[in-house]
Design a protein around this ligand. Structure first.
Ligand code: AGP
Length: 615
């Protein structure tokens, strides 16, 4: 998730920009930079890695000026490198830009500009924006940065948040927003103005803010801001006063980070997919794995190791890789794998899944695998974490920092990352036809929208939570791909509401656990309309026959199940392989709502840590 900060006013801009970027670090990034108008020129300072590297660069080579923009970049197009860090300067040195989002048609725009003689310095899509602005400034906009920006942005496809600084109009910044590529907050101070992609970056500077809406263009000067629509219609700024303290500012309008992260999942899943799929050709690229086709064909087996929620994600990924890439996958708790002297042979690849990248059992399992000569991959969320550093190849979840101890968006991101891995391996191992690959990537393209539809319904679960917040036990049942979701749903309830809950393969009920069923044991059964639907219906009937109250997680339009279960939570119809991503969302929300109802400390549950870095 990229971060943007800008300043116009009487004070020196770099310290204000660096402070603001520091308050956006929770969004995650892999490089940072700033640009300042200084004595008639646009001066840029950029660096890879942590913000501290940029601070050192600015200290080593100070720059002062009263107008500037800054950016923390989460790489999409173009590897994390100084030349790809923002801000990007136009070839004529007249404009500099920072950007959040993806220019979906950047390839054709880059080719067009190259044919006009533009020379590109980076691999990013962002650079086409600043070169277009420079082109329009000379051709039609008569040097005006607002008009040049408007014309340039009208050619872009995709969602964007963009801020522009001009060498010849150094008293202003221009900001625009298209779609949902992160917000653009305009801060109105006393004789100074600020821009930020999120409230926390500038809330200490001013609490008076205007939030740009999609297809709006703002021009900021020290005296204030003027706003218009992209087609030039003036908009009167809706100035709001933000009452939040900085920490709750990071939560936005949500009561807990966990709630915020549940509702971020349409965007975080989009970020997991972004830049990795060619939907026309049905091809997936995962450059972080450094894998040649012949190496892909030589893989004999994948052993996945993880803990907690990440382990349940691995159980889902097993289905993807075995069904799509026809590769055997063994999944093990990292804490078990590390002590069982595992048998690893040439051709084995060990895949670690870890949100934090610092879980001690997972790192130890990776050491064990390394010691036995296996290739080591990891799927991680925390950029630069230990797991990422020791891996031969990695896939980043790109879910953005996950603050709530109970994992939500990282879980769905790691599932999607394994779906990408399965397609990537299938492509290189030739186990899917091009048509099959296109069908699967088409399913993936629909996923963020299906997630969004499901998230919109979650507030309807609050009454259900009220109904069950006094339960002392809960049983979650699922089959096949949704058995791991039953496990994850139970873990969510356990860890934040402290209600004992157990996830079980529904087919195992008759082998013992059915003895538990009575009116004190609510059952949540995942009964989507898939290959095991009839089995799940009979499971529900068996539970009802023993007096249990049953909540069914069902598919939209399934009226039959309504006569079987006491309560029904419906989700949109979804391609079976991707059903786990939708099915988990109501379970996350149910656990959250029950925990809130019980007055539990949702973001920091008792006895738990976000990352278990000690034995
Ligand atoms: C999940 O809600 C828990 N916080 C916990 O099970 C977590 O998934 C586990 O500790 C693994 O963490 P990791 O993904 O950072 O390795």
């Amino acid at each position: 998730m990229c971060g943007i900060v800008g300043y116009v006013g009487p004070r020196n801009a770099p310290p204000i920009i660096l402070d603001g970027l520091g308050r956006l670090e929770y969004r995650g990034y892999d490089s940072a930079g700033l640009a300042v108008w200084a004595h008639g020129a646009l001066v840029v300072r950029r660096d890879v890695g942590k913000l501290a590297n940029l601070r050192q660069r600015v200290e080593a080579s100070p720059v002062t000026g009263q107008v500037g923009i800054g950016h923390t970049r989460w790489a999409t197009h173009g590897a994390p490198a100084e030349r790809n860090a923002h801000p990007h300067l136009s070839m004529d040195g007249e404009f500099v830009v920072v950007h959040n989002g993806i220019v979906e048609n950047y390839r054709e725009l880059r080719d067009e500009l190259t044919s006009e003689g533009v020379r590109f310095d980076s691999d990013t899509d962002t650079e086409v924006i600043v070169q277009l602005i420079a082109r329009f400034a000379q051709d039609g906009a008569h040097g005006d940065v607002t008009e040049a920006t408007r014309r340039a942005v009208s050619l872009l496809r995709g969602a964007h948040a963009i801020v522009v600084l001009s060498r010849s109009q150094p008293d202003r910044l221009v900001a625009t927003r298209i779609g949902n590529a992160g917000g653009v907050a305009l801060g109105l101070g006393d004789g100074e103005t600020f821009i930020a992609s999120d409230i926390p970056a500038i809330i200490e500077q001013t609490r008076r803010m205007v939030f740009l809406e999609s297809h709006q263009l703002a021009t900021l000067t020290a005296g204030g801001c003027s706003i218009q629509t992209l087609d030039g219609v003036p908009v009167s700024p809706n100035v709001q006063t933000i009452g939040w303290d900085p920490v709750s500012a990071a939560r936005g309008e949500y009561s807990h980070f966990m709630e915020k992260e549940i509702f971020e999942q349409a965007r975080s899943i989009t970020d997991t997919i972004r830049g990795r799929v060619d939907f026309e050709r049905g091809e997936v690229t995962l450059p972080g794995l450094h894998l040649s086709p012949e190496e892909a064909r030589s893989i004999r087996r994948i052993v996945t190791v993880a803990c907690g929620t990440s382990y349940y994600s691995a159980l889902v990924g097993k289905f993807f890789i075995e069904q799509l890439a026809r590769l055997n996958v063994e999944v093990d708790y990292a804490s078990e794998f590390r002590y069982r002297n595992p048998i690893l042979e040439p051709g084995d690849t060990v895949l670690a899944i870890t949100q934090s990248g610092e879980t001690v059992d997972t790192l130890a399992a990776m050491d064990e695998a390394r010691g036995k000569g296996a290739r080591l991959w990891s799927i991680v969320n925390a950029i630069g974490s230990q797991a990422m550093r020791v891996s031969d190849g990695f896939i980043t979840m790109n879910a953005g920092p996950e603050i709530g101890v109970a994992s939500t968006k990282a879980f769905t991101a790691s599932i999607v990352a394994q779906y990408l891995l399965a397609l990537y391996l299938a492509q290189r191992r030739g186990t899917l036809t091009e048509a099959e690959r296109r069908a699967h990537t088409h399913d993936l393209a629909r996923l963020p929208d299906l997630v969004g539809q499901t998230l919109e319904r979650l507030p309807e679960l609050t009454p259900l939570a009220a109904q069950f917040h006094t339960a002392t036990n809960f049983l979650y049942l699922g089959r096949g791909l949704n058995y791991p979701i039953a496990l994850e749903g139970a873990l969510k309830l356990k860890e934040i509401s402290y209600i004992h809950a157990e996830g079980y393969p529904a087919g195992e009920m008759k082998h013992g656990p059915i003895a538990l069923l009575d009116e004190h044991m609510p059952v949540l059964a995942i009964a989507l309309q898939d290959a095991v639907y009839d089995k799940m219906i009979s499971q529900i009937e068996q539970a009802k026959a023993r007096g249990a109250t049953v909540i069914a997680l069902a598919t939209d339009g399934d009226e039959f199940i309504r006569a079987k279960a006491d309560y029904v939570i419906a989700i949109p119809a979804v391609p079976p392989l991707l059903a786990p991503v939708l099915a988990v969302l109501p379970l996350q929300m149910l656990a959250y709502a029950i925990a809130v109802r019980r007055g539990a400390d949702v973001d920091q549950p008792r006895n738990l840590a976000k990352s278990v870095t000690v034995e």
